[in-house]
Write a protein that binds this ligand. Structure first.
Ligand SMILES: [Zn+2]
Ligand SMILES: [Zn+2]
Length: 180
């Protein structure tokens, strides 16, 4: 039996469309492109469409074949801006844990993190959520409708043009907590 494949596989990357030599099953030319495949690029926040760590809503990126897991916002920071010095954390200017937009991320200490949260207070946090956030696809009336509706997650996702994950989050009140 021949231990060698006849030819390597040449594919175009699903994200950047460049040609690359693919190992079996890979659709992306790099970990960076694999990452970008899960990002909804927008004028406002860039939402992470991959998995999250549940209620806190931080994006989780599983890299490569080993499936090593990283926080998506930290991965994004390193991908676009470079290394994170010791003892510093990647924080969000926008208070949206799910956001991975490089310009919304900055470095700070644990102390800064606490001060930042206290300084911003609950009021500003609420103002940022929902319709006032430029990235929001759903309006307050939609949220109320989704929570009342007896339709399935899939039906609602199609109707509103959002992901099923998003519908689930709305119903579980992970997002739009300020809407009853
Ligand atoms: Zn690529
Ligand atoms: Zn953001």
């Amino acid at each position: 039996m021949n231990r060698y494949s006849n030819q390597p596989i040449l594919r175009t990357c699903n994200v950047c469309r460049k040609w690359f030599m693919a190992v079996a099953g890979s659709k992306y030319c790099s970990n960076g492109c694999h990452f970008r495949a899960h990002v909804l690029v927008a004028d406002g926040c860039w939402c992470w469409t991959g998995s999250t760590n549940g209620i806190k809503n931080y994006g989780i990126f599983r890299m490569g074949r080993s499936g090593q897991k990283f926080y998506a916002h930290i991965f994004s920071y390193m991908l676009h801006k470079g290394v994170i010095p010791d003892k510093l954390q990647v924080l969000h200017r926008c208070d949206n844990p799910n956001c991975v937009k490089p310009s919304h991320l900055f470095l700070g200490t644990q102390d800064d993190n606490v001060k930042d949260m206290v300084g911003k207070g609950r009021h500003k946090y609420i103002a940022h959520l929902g319709e006032k956030n430029g990235n929001a696809l759903l309006k307050t009336v939609d949220i109320i409708e989704i929570r009342r509706s007896t339709k399935t997650r899939r039906e609602l996702a199609v109707q509103y043009g959002v992901t099923m994950r998003c519908i689930k989050a709305v119903r579980a009140k992970q997002n739009w907590k300020h809407v009853i």
